[in-house]
Write a protein that binds this ligand. Structure first.
Ligand SMILES: NC(=O)c1ccc[n+]([C@@H]2O[C@H](COP(=O)([O-])OP(=O)(O)OC[C@H]3O[C@@H](n4cnc5c(N)ncnc54)[C@H](O)[C@@H]3O)[C@@H](O)[C@H]2O)c1
Length: 341
């Protein structure tokens, strides 16, 4: 089985490549990534010499490139993680979100349609459902919850999902879609909440918290997300959407305080800052479908997962300090520059 994983130099895609390369030595994993600011090949260092792993640099929205790659590689499956993923960036520059998240997806779908595929999997997000009120803890997102997006990011992801499902209905393309809650864990880019707070707390720098910190997110350890996608690829029903979440709701303020306690740092480091425009209040996933149909169960709860994550950041300072210093961008040249010349 040859599997193209797009966005495999990013946070979740990188963890997924690790998972697949180790678990399925007989499968070939081809990591296709443009290496934007969010792509970091140092994440793949521990597995880059495995015989069943390869990296190719390219843009999923570049039709000529994608078709030439499919012509050459004839993949059996595609798992699409590649995306612009940061909500704040989508507010300042929405256009690149349309290009990568929507046009990149339709380009991949067209290539799958042209060359044939046994599965196309779209990695989506619970943000396509919008948000839930803070005073209704009884409400959860199910796969039937209407799409109701808030940001340019979630709108681009919802559009992509609709194209994926339309390609199943119209052309019979064997697709699946997963919508996951917020992830945390190793190799998370330090602009996102949890790694940002860990790295700043370690440096005794102020921790910026949006608004009053009451916004609620449903946190899932990235390895539980990877297991879920693996299950959907191998056992999921074609044409279906699966929500993924582990019932680990926490306010942003609770998350920050947990990190400060674990690192033995004072709460006086917390600074409340002006809220993000249109900030979603609460996300909460109902994972009944994937649990009952595919037998998925998360291995981590928030308390065990955050401890493991903090330990990982303490033991892998080089990885995240290279990002903060910008050194990580030189890794591609160092590893592949000569080979490409
Ligand atoms: N992070 C979360 O909590 C979360 C939760 C649910 C769903 N998701 C979804 O999971 C996927 C991965 O998220 P992430 O947090 O790992 O993102 P990320 O920003 O860490 O990684 C995205 C990767 O995509 C690559 N990329 C960007 N544009 C590209 C292009 N045009 N062509 C090829 N590669 C390109 C980047 O270089 C990067 O390596 C996204 O689709 C996101 O919407 C994320």
């Amino acid at each position: 089985m040859k599997i193209i994983v797009t966005g495999g130099a990013g946070f979740i895609g990188g963890n997924f490549v690790h998972h697949m390369v180790k678990k399925y030595p007989e499968d070939e994993i081809l990591n296709l990534d443009l290496l934007t600011y969010a792509g970091n090949l140092e994440t793949l260092k521990p597995i880059e010499d495995r015989p069943n792993y390869r990296f190719v640099r390219g843009d999923i929205a570049d039709r000529e490139f994608v078709f030439a790659l499919f012509e050459k590689e004839k993949p059996d499956m595609v798992v699409n993680f590649a995306a612009e993923s940061h909500v704040d960036r989508s507010i300042t520059d929405p256009e690149v979100f349309v290009r990568t998240n929507v046009m990149g997806t339709t380009t991949l779908l067209d290539a799958c349609r042209t060359y044939g595929i046994s599965r196309y999997h779209q990695v989506s997000t619970d943000e396509v459902y919008g948000d839930l009120p803070l005073d209704r803890p009884d409400l959860f997102f199910t796969e039937e919850t209407p799409l109701h997006t808030s940001s340019p990011y979630s709108s681009s992801k919802a559009s992509a999902d609709l194209f994926v499902l339309a390609y199943h209905r119209t052309y019979g393309l064997p697709v699946t879609v997963s919508r996951c809650s917020n992830n945390y864990g190793p190799y998370h880019f330090p602009e996102k909440l949890i790694p940002l707070m860990i790295s700043r707390a370690l440096a005794d720098e102020p921790l910026p918290v949006y608004g009053d910190g009451a916004n609620v997110r449903d946190w899932l350890h990235v390895s539980d997300h990877c297991e879920a996608i693996d299950l959907i690829l191998h056992k999921g029903r074609v044409g279906e959407i699966y929500n993924i979440g582990g019932h680990n709701e926490r306010t942003n303020l609770e998350v920050v305080k947990t990190i400060l306690r674990a690192l033995d740092k004072p709460e006086s480091l917390i600074r409340f800052v002006k809220d993000r425009p249109g900030h979603d209040r609460r996300y909460a996933i109902d994972p009944t479908k994937i649990e009952t149909e595919l037998g998925w169960k998360p291995k981590y709860n928030f308390d065990t997962g955050i401890r493991q994550t903090i330990d990982w950041y303490l033991n892998n300072e080089d990885w995240w300090k290279h990002i903060i210093s910008g050194e990580y961008t030189g890794y591609f040249e160092k590893m592949y520059g000569e080979r490409l010349a």
